[in-house]
Design a protein around this ligand. Structure first.
Ligand SMILES: Cc1ncc(COP(=O)(O)O)c(C=O)c1O
Length: 378
């Protein structure tokens, strides 16, 4: 059966019209590669996060935002970087791309974020960094991770691709560790199609990142390459769109908060649906609303539920696949990461869904949970 039209999509960028005006201004300036919008985006992004303007480095996407600091830190073969056993794969992939070894630590059962006790067990003399991925908008236990990393000289990197504008103990996500990485991909809270940003505390690391992201070319001597570099530069065109989006951030934040509250109101306390736990110190801005389904209580598996919702015009996404399930990563199975990989799904997280659409999604979902009789083995 084909899905009814129109389908409620899982994600859709929200555009305000100013994007076109800013884009036209960038085109008219004829500065298409670097330009005033790139400088403005970096300065505004830094200011929003309360860091000095020069400490924000814009890049081509959230993946290069992870790659760049790892390269600038000199992380390579023989080094280990601790990453969650379940999350979007960019962090683990970039560790591998550096020639270093990702070491997978299990996540907590209820927040689905790095378990500090598991991280502690993974630390060795080779550990150079920990990447705390703030999945779906909830921020990791940064106090515990800082206590592990700082005394040992381990760099603590925040992957904020899914947690722009979330807060931890009142501080913006991205200002809690040594380095933070953001994505402006089309589904993200602020988007320009593809794009990213890195924030770093250490000015020397910032300089090293700027050098690598611009071909390793010294700023004071043209075509003189000091290190092996890449081209990770965000274009002025993309920066213009991101600046327009940033100007509307309060509306975006408001819409996302409303969507999250709407889902929570209807779906909290339902047997068999475990919503992601948000610790009291975290004020999240959710990127996606997700839950872990317990098939024995809900009477339906994650994949069956996704299929039922799709048949009724609601697009959902499964949670990420645990790394241990993917041969590429040669990872040992970790209990909570495996369960997350099998049972999590996320609902449409389009910020401007109407109240009616949210009700329709929740009603349809709850209608699917009627326990089904289990087949008796013959
Ligand atoms: C947690 C996380 N990190 C990194 C990325 C990579 O960002 P990008 O798609 O901009 O490369 C994504 C998303 O796509 C993500 O969800």
């Amino acid at each position: 059966m084909s899905a009814p039209d129109p389908v409620i999509p899982w994600a859709q960028p929200i555009l305000f019209g100013d994007e076109l005006t800013y884009l036209a201004a960038a085109l008219e300036s004829t500065m298409l590669s670097g330009g005033a919008f790139v400088d403005r985006l970096e300065a505004e992004f830094a200011s929003i996060h309360g860091v000095p303007p020069s400490h924000a480095v814009s890049v081509t996407n959230g993946t290069t935002a992870l790659f760049l600091p790892l390269l600038a830190l000199g992380i390579g073969p023989g080094d280990e970087v601790i990453v969650p056993g379940w999350c979007f794969a960019a962090a683990a992939n970039m560790v591998l791309a550096c020639g270093a070894t990702p070491v997978f630590a299990d996540i907590l059962e209820d927040t689905w974020l790095l378990d500090p006790a598991a991280v502690a067990r993974c630390i060795t003399a080779r550990t150079k960094a920990i990447i705390a991925v703030h999945t779906y908008g909830v921020v990791c236990d940064m106090a515990a991770l800082t206590a592990l990393a700082r005394p040992r000289g381990i760099t603590l990197i925040e992957d904020c691709a899914e947690s722009l504008f979330s807060r931890y103990q009142g501080h913006p996500a991205g200002t809690l560790g040594d380095v933070a990485c953001f994505s402006f991909q089309a589904t993200k809270t602020i988007t320009c199609g593809e794009g990213g940003m890195v924030l770093a505390r250490d000015p020397q690391l910032v300089s090293a990142m700027r050098l690598i992201s611009n071909h390793g070319m010294t700023p004071d001597r043209k075509y003189w390459h000091r290190v092996v570099g890449h081209n990770f530069r965000l274009t002025n065109l993309q920066a213009a769109v991101a600046c327009a989006q940033l100007a509307h951030r309060l509306e975006i934040i408001e819409l996302r908060r409303r969507l999250y509250a709407g889902y929570r109101r209807r779906l909290s306390g339902i047997p068999g649906l475990h919503l992601q736990r948000v610790p009291a110190v975290v004020d999240p801005l959710m990127w996606a609303f997700a839950f872990r389904i317990d098939p024995s209580l809900a009477g339906i598996s994650r994949n069956q539920l996704m299929a039922s919702l799709a048949a009724q015009g609601i697009e959902t996404r499964p949670g990420f696949c645990a790394f241990s399930e993917q041969p590429l990563y040669r990872a040992e199975p970790l209990r909570n990461s495996l369960a997350a990989g099998q049972h999590i799904l996320s609902l449409p997280s389009v910020p401007n869904l109407t109240g009616q659409q949210i009700s329709f999604i929740c009603d349809t979902l709850l209608g699917c949970l009627t326990p089904i009789p289990f087949e008796v083995a013959s």
